[in-house]
Design a protein around this ligand. Structure first.
Ligand SMILES: [Zn+2]
Length: 89
């Protein structure tokens, strides 16, 4: 279900889809690809989204770095598929 966008957004204001508030155009970053030349979300929302995205990428990068270090430390045989010994079956 799409969010309802109010039709009574004042002149010079834009509806932020993220915090669901109408804010003046000055509260939005510019976006050349957008029909009205402004971003979909207001500045605080854009910033919050960017910080979340950065945090996400930072964690992913940490995990990848860790596994790269592990792979460098461990002998390749560790990565061979584990076949349980016959007695386990
Ligand atoms: Zn917003």
């Amino acid at each position: 279900m799409a969010k309802r966008i109010p039709t009574d957004v004042p002149q010079g204001h834009k509806w932020c889809h993220q915090c669901a508030t109408s804010k003046p155009h000055s509260a939005f970053y510019r976006n050349k690809r957008s029909p009205d030349g402004l971003l979909y979300c207001c500045k605080p929302c854009t910033k919050a989204t960017r910080e979340r995205t950065e945090e996400y990428h930072r964690i992913i990068e940490e995990v990848l770095q860790e596994s790269r270090e592990m792979a460098a430390r461990c002998p390749p045989k560790v990565y061979e598929p584990y076949i349980p010994p016959l007695s386990v079956w």
